[in-house]
Design a protein around this ligand. Structure first.
Ligand code: CA
Length: 388
């Protein structure tokens, strides 16, 4: 079988409400889907991380840079393709957009390989360690409103996530250290003592600010404090890990086995959050997973994007080995964005219906058994939302 064409579909729509995290507000949702066609009629799907205009730049890399390198190759030869593209792009970007672009291509090759073999991706990897995956809900986004409105809205939204059946709730911070502590206190109070929550800073603090916030979080006992400092600030990560009780998580902005080697050898993380649609695709994710296990650091994937990214992550979360092993140990969870996302809820001919599964199955989703990623996009929907 031969690769005949690679098409990037960049989809976009206006959100009903402007949403924000510590770095910016945004009013549009974007998704970048990669479709790989073959001479035998089979098609594979992948997704590249990168919102807004970054998706348009990545589309150019996929179609104009990577496509000519691999046209005519066998889609099953994922390792050969990955290393060919990486080596040819090394001089132009060992991190960032070239690797995001390669990620979507690699995921589509795994989808194709599964379809060729008649096996789901988790079987290609070596089988699943669990029958279902617990799901946590994130939301509690920043908006253009004052602190009092934030406090009451966060309390209400946290309660709604708990009510919807998710196993935990994740909140954003980024209004400034003092207000962020008040937000976390409001969320803990709303959720009660026994329901888990997490705090995501999207790297808005200096190390001393993160320590100040983190000491307050130690009292509230969140499951983790995510991206407290800039991803380049390895010393900041290390010092927070050493001084705080709260677990420090991060890694969504890190790329390839080499970036992750430095993060893990630098003892920066209690919990690793690799983003498969950015770090280099499934081929590279498996190497990062092996590195994390080498360091006994638990992995809980970062998940963002359309139904294709969610389906990819369900397959991968199924394959994370128990580390180190035990009857009642911590399980990986699926991250689920509870804000408006048509590209996740309406893209597929057969939707994943995560929200319904969570409601019916005590906060868990089952693992699809269909070949590849098990997803089939509705091409009319794709055409309707394509912006390029
Ligand atoms: Ca995050």
């Amino acid at each position: 079988m031969k690769i005949t064409e690679i098409v990037s579909h960049v989809l976009s729509y206006d959100l009903p409400d402007e949403l924000g995290y510590s770095q910016q507000f945004y009013a549009r949702r974007t998704a970048h889907l990669v479709e790989i066609k073959t001479d035998e009629g089979l098609t594979g799907w992948g997704e590249c991380f990168g919102p807004g205009n970054v998706a348009l730049a990545n589309k150019t890399i996929v179609e104009k840079v990577i496509q000519p390198m691999i046209i005519g190759m066998d889609p099953v030869d994922r390792e050969v393709i990955w290393h060919k593209v990486y080596n040819l792009l090394r001089d132009h970007g060992q991190k960032g957009m070239p690797i995001q672009a390669l990620s979507g291509v690699d995921i589509a090759l795994w989808d194709l390989t599964g379809k060729i073999a008649g096996l789901p991706v988790y079987k290609l990897i070596g089988g699943r360690h669990r029958d279902s995956i617990p799901v946590y809900g994130y939301g509690l986004m920043l908006m253009r409103q004052d602190i009092d409105s934030h406090l009451s809205r966060f309390a209400n939204e946290a309660a709604a996530i708990k009510e919807a059946g998710f196993v935990a709730a994740k909140m954003k911070v980024g209004l400034g250290a003092k207000d962020d502590i008040r937000l976390a206190q409001a969320v803990r109070q709303s959720l009660g003592e026994d329901y888990p929550f997490m705090v995501d800073a999207n790297h808005c603090y200096s190390a001393d600010e993160a320590f100040y916030v983190g000491r307050a979080l130690d009292e509230l006992e969140p499951l983790w404090f995510e991206e407290p400092v800039a991803p380049e600030d390895r010393a900041g990560y290390r010092s927070l890990r050493n001084r705080l009780n709260t677990s420090i998580s991060g890694g969504e902005a890190e790329f390839t086995r080499w970036g992750w080697r430095d993060l893990l050898e630098g003892q920066c993380l209690d919990i690793a959050q690799p983003e498969v649609c950015a770090l280099g695709g499934i081929s590279e994710y498996l190497k990062v997973l092996a590195l994390a296990q080498t360091h006994f650091v638990p992995v809980i994937n970062h998940v963002w994007g359309s139904a294709i990214a969610v389906a990819t992550n369900i397959q991968l979360l199924a394959t994370i080995p128990p580390t180190p092993g035990g009857m009642f140990q911590r399980e990986p969870m699926l991250e689920f964005d509870t804000t408006d996302n048509r590209f996740r809820d309406q893209l597929l001919l057969e939707p994943l219906d995560i929200q319904g599964q969570v409601r019916r199955q005590n906060g868990h989703v089952t693992i699809p058994d269909r070949p590849g990623l098990g997803v089939e996009p509705d091409m009319e929907f794709v055409a309707r939302y394509t912006v390029d």
